[in-house]
Ligand binder design. Structure first.
Ligand SMILES: [Zn+2]
Length: 162
């Protein structure tokens, strides 16, 4: 494989739901992961959040910077979101000031990193989807379900077995 000329300048463009805020990161991103921690689950209102981490120097808010509202938690970590539509935009951890973490879902295009890592798995709730086999729900096209009896297994049994 040959490197394409100008590849160093490749970017990925992301935006919030309403489009008021747009961001750019250099491609490839530094890394990517699934965050199952309690704090990220709450901040996203979702079972878990998937992030791409970018060097701060390769990150820019290209539109709507003044529309990003920030919340600093007790640990000193900062989360920014669109003040208009509520989409999480960034997550800055106090212990990694050179990095800016962005929800992977902001980007439609590739970011150059696959989310291969899982953080905070021990905090994952029992209601999160665990990759169980799914089957169609009769009478509801497009709806899949796990069946009447979902197997109850502890998180560590599912993810930490050798
Ligand atoms: Zn928005």
């Amino acid at each position: 494989m040959t490197l394409q000329k100008g590849r160093r300048d490749a970017i990925a463009v992301g935006q919030c739901l309403c489009g008021k805020v747009q961001v750019e990161i250099g491609v490839p991103a530094r890394w990517a992961w699934h965050d199952h921690s309690h704090a990220s689950r709450r901040a996203h209102g979702a079972a878990y959040a998937t992030y791409v981490g970018s060097w701060r120097s390769r990150f820019r808010i290209t539109k709507g910077a003044r529309g990003v509202t920030r919340f600093r938690d007790e640990a000193g970590d900062v989360r920014g979101f669109c003040a208009r539509c509520g989409t999480p935009i960034l997550y800055e951890r106090k212990r990694s000031p050179q990095m800016v973490n962005l929800p992977r879902a902001l980007f439609d295009s590739r970011t150059g990193r696959e989310p291969l890592y899982h953080i905070g798995m021990g905090e994952s709730p029992e209601w999160a989807y665990r990759g169980e086999k799914l089957r169609p729900l009769k009478g509801y096209p497009g709806v899949l379900w796990t069946g009447p009896r979902r197997r109850k297994r502890a998180v560590h049994e599912l993810f930490l077995e050798p």
